[in-house]
Design a binder for this molecule. Structure first.
Ligand code: 4NP
Length: 160
């Protein structure tokens, strides 16, 4: 039985959020929670709709054992806020844009920031790697692996 549905959101849904989706899905699988908690991702903009994740993100993720399979899509405000339990943005602008889509205080309570679940304190957001080099993609994965560990703990404890 599926108990919780998570939607990871970034700007384009080709770098950070598909990586977050894959990292979290893998951690849930390893924790034996993969059938109870489902992950998806979406973007604030629909510019890359239908595309696979960015080839650089796929390459760096695969080197750590994460296969990115999702296709980019835009956040659907009405459908997604009904369907998902947690909608998790990667940076401040994502959170601001998600806040503009809410219809109720119940919707608002579903919005989280990825780094809310981090143990590291150097970054309060997942930096956009799109216009940068390899280091940026590695940093995204480092930050996501850490934050997903925290999210897993949250779901194990308070979230259940
Ligand atoms: P993402 O990265 O939000 O992590 O998927 C980006 C991807 C594409 C663009 C910007 C950021 N873009 O401007 O097309």
């Amino acid at each position: 039985m599926i108990e919780r549905k998570l939607l990871f959101v970034c700007l384009g849904n080709i770098c950070r959020s598909p990586a977050a989706e894959a990292v979290m899905a893998e951690k849930l699988l390893r924790a034996g929670m993969g059938t109870r908690i489902k992950c998806d991702s979406a973007g604030i903009i629909g510019y890359h709709s239908g595309e696979k994740a960015d080839v650089r993100m796929r390459k760096h993720a695969l080197q750590r054992g994460y296969k990115l399979t999702s296709l980019s899509r835009k956040v659907k405000s009405d459908v997604d806020f009904d369907h998902f339990d947690m909608i998790i943005g990667m940076d401040e602008q994502n959170i601001k844009d998600l806040n503009l889509l809410v219809r109720s205080s119940a919707d608002l309570k579903k919005i989280f920031r990825m780094t809310d679940f981090s143990s590291q304190t150097s970054y309060d957001h997942i930096p956009d790697p799109y216009y940068g080099g390899s280091d940026g993609f590695e940093l995204v994965l480092d930050l996501l692996e850490d934050a997903c560990d925290g999210l897993l703990e949250y779901l194990r404890n308070k979230g259940n």
